[in-house]
Design a protein. Sequence first.
Length: 360
Amino acid sequence: MKRIFIILSFWGIWLIAFTGCQEIYNHELGDMPDYLVVNGLLTTQAGAHEVRLSMTTPYGQQTNRSGISGATMWIEDCEGNEVLLEETSAGRYYTSNDFQGEVGKSYVLRIIAPDGYIYESEPQEIKPPVEFQDVDAEFSYETFYFQSSVSNRIYEDLIEGTKVYLETLLDNADIPMFRFGAGLYLQYYVAVPGPHGAETYDYCWMVRNVTDLLPRDIPDFSTGSGFYHHLIGFLPYSTSDLYYFNIPEYSYDHHRTLITRLYALNSDSYAFHYAKNLQLSDEGKFFDPIAAELPTNMRCVNDTSRRVFGLFEASSETAFSFRVVYISGSSMVQMIPWEDPNTIPDDGCLYEEQPDFWIY
């Protein structure tokens, strides 16, 4: 009886403390300084690699999405070779098209901001590419939510499609660190009016990043032993369900293709993406992880007390793509290897001509 009384007393005190005395507290923040935010990615794929610069926005104010122009920026490898980045639009800086990182080398990003502050990253080593055993797919359903334009209420809808998994067989003592990105390839036609009522067509395509629709973009090794099953994409079956992907309305054909990119991470990049996934998985529950500042590998050189946020990531990249083919009369799907995704522009159209990678 004493134990029961102690437990009940404890919960009574807890209820009074957390539910009996509630007041709304608005903490007034003083003037917050602006800090630099860096978002950069260097991979082993040849091409123009991007670094974005922006500034933090004080809490409660409208987000400032404009980039920081006028910075001087370059990447230096462990052998002292330097590659200058050029600004193409406000806050967006690119390397030359023929530049690519090399496995085993370390790279440092250096920035001279317009206000005179100098920033640099910790040396970032590019790890070897990630190896995987197979890609599997299954016909499944996924719950999506939408807001009614009439009642302003949130409704849920169960849509059918294909879940795609990356299968990895590993020694538990050697767990790789990587993240993945998912792209949905779609193709469509645009009618072009011609003389005397005749019509011709543009053959168009787009690759839409759908990584944000996944529960996480790094693998979860907390379950299983030796064999791991990572969800890397969900492809809707019906074209009408592309509404949930915020994809423009066109006459898309029935083909579904997933483009996946694997990035092998070093310890700095993995720590950043791991913390990011913890915060994104927050469901508003009592014991959810507390939101905290994401780790960064950037620092201010000429003022060590000045904060800087973001990440300069250097990773080996493996890109592959598969067509998802539905087997008629069953709920089975087949994965067929497709084109090299590095040869396909993110979007485009050809007038009365099908591109070489067009799916028939």
